[in-house]
Design a protein around this ligand. Structure first.
Ligand code: SAM
Length: 292
């Protein structure tokens, strides 16, 4: 593992790092190995779609990779891919590194770096994924810029963030838990009410969802506009569940259709195990050719 830093960090960013040092996310179970990871990730239509869409010999960068489950999955599923996984939290990367060593995965590199100060070449990566990260930073739109500039022309950005309307139901659950001394009401939460999830995974979920020191949510129209101003085009959002190739463009919803989509995200918050995490996929326009 390459180590960069620790650089001086803004107070709240340091609190976020401390938080993930206590609770690296997501957790691995003891019996996890390459085939368990493949099997588990392929059960998710989003991750199975991501695996089909990322080129077999392409470069994939995960920013804020946590314990690197998704990049490890893509590395195992595509041995010719070049996978880079970056996170600001050393403990999460150590968990990732132990797993990578355990399964002898060769085509992944783990790097510790802050999202605001990444020592990576701009416009080089075919696919950049940043899921569940920018809403935990002190400046989500600047974090978004730092990530977006790494995408190669014609490449794809997969951005997962807490959506303002999609997160509404969970915000209510969180307020309720605050009134109960930060103890969530288990039956209101689609993860906590499941019987087949280990106590340890539930503990990490409670920390991540109910006790996080820094969390904001972002409205999709604003995120999309921000990216369009930086040369990106809409490909799709997830939800809805992807059909066909995850990176094939779909029609961009107009203002009413977008509002309706966000309303559905809000309503589905009651049963949504991702608790309002929406993925927006955009493609960076290829540069204009000036050749005559
Ligand atoms: C909720 S986890 C998401 C993990 C992974 N992307 C996933 O979807 O499973 C958020 C991760 O973002 C990382 N993170 C938060 N702020 C960061 C920053 N400023 N620089 C780099 N990583 C950061 C945390 O260390 C943590 O591992």
């Amino acid at each position: 593992m390459d180590t960069l830093g620790p650089a001086a960090r803004e107070d709240r960013a340091a609190q976020v790092e401390e938080f993930y040092t206590r609770s690296p996310f997501p957790g691995y179970a003891e019996g996890d190995d390459a085939s368990v990871l493949l099997e588990r990730c392929r059960r998710s239509s989003f991750l199975a779609g991501l695996d089909r869409a990322v080129p077999a010999d392409g470069s994939f960068l995960s920013v804020g990779c946590g314990t690197a489950q998704v990049p490890a999955f893509l590395g195992v599923a595509g041995p010719k891919r070049r996978v880079l996984a970056v996170d600001g939290c050393m403990e999460s990367l150590e968990v990732a590194d132990r797993f990578v060593q355990k399964i002898s995965l060769q085509n992944i590199t783990l790097i510790r770096a802050d999202i605001f100060d990444m020592p990576l070449p701009k416009e080089r990566f075919d696919v950049v994924s940043c899921r569940g990260v920018i809403h935990h930073t002190p400046d989500p739109f600047r974090a978004l810029d730092c990530v977006a500039q790494l995408v190669a022309p014609g490449g794809v950005l997969v951005l997962g963030y807490y959506e303002t309307m999609g997160r509404a139901w969970h915000r209510m659950r969180r307020v309720l838990s605050t009134l109960r001394g930060r103890r969530p009401v288990n039956w209101l939460d689609p993860i906590l009410r499941r019987k087949d999830i280990s106590t340890e995974k539930k503990r990490i979920w409670i920390e991540d969802q109910y006790r996080h020191p820094l969390e904001v949510s972002l409205p999709t129209p604003r995120v999309l506009k921000h990216l369009e101003q930086r040369g990106f085009e809409f490909v799709r959002t997830v939800p809805p569940s992807p059909d066909g190739n995850l990176f094939h463009s779909t029609a961009k919803p107009g203002p009413m259709a977008m509002w309706f989509r966000r309303l559905l995200w809000m309503l589905s918050g009651v049963v949504d195990p991702d608790a309002g995490l929406v993925v927006l996929i955009v493609r960076k326009k290829p540069k204009f050719s000036y050749s005559k």
